[in-house]
Ligand binder design. Structure first.
Ligand code: FES
Length: 111
């Protein structure tokens, strides 16, 4: 598990971008008091999902309005058709830890 940020840094119903060393940027979302983590890059085209917004359990892309379920990454509406990666989250003493074993490395992202 990798420490990403303090829970207080993610207000309810919002998303924050975190850039852990060596891997792709991660979007951290807080809904219903729970935290979720997904890849930050949209699966449709080049966009940062953390620049979008949250509606219920959906993370909405700011570029073409594609939507993803933050619980399992599945695309919820066109033009998003491919899922995004999601990562297990654990909150301990107000700190958000994420299991980034499935994250793409910097080399995979840039290559
Ligand atoms: S870039 Fe996200 S839906 Fe197109």
């Amino acid at each position: 598990m990798t420490r990403l940020l303090a829970l207080d840094e993610v207000p309810e119903g919002e998303v924050r971008r975190v850039r852990p060393p060596g891997v792709e940027p991660i979007a951290v979302v807080r809904v219903g008091g729970a935290c979720f983590a997904t890849q930050d890059g949209c699966s449709h085209a080049k966009a940062s999902l953390s620049e979008g917004w949250v509606e219920g359990h959906e993370l909405c892309c700011p570029v073409h309005d594609g939507r993803f379920d933050i619980r399992d990454g599945r695309p919820m509406c066109f033009p998003a058709t491919d899922p995004i990666r999601t990562f297990p989250v654990q909150v301990v003493d107000g700190v958000v830890f994420v299991d980034l074993r499935g994250a793409r490395t910097d080399q995979e992202v840039s290559g």
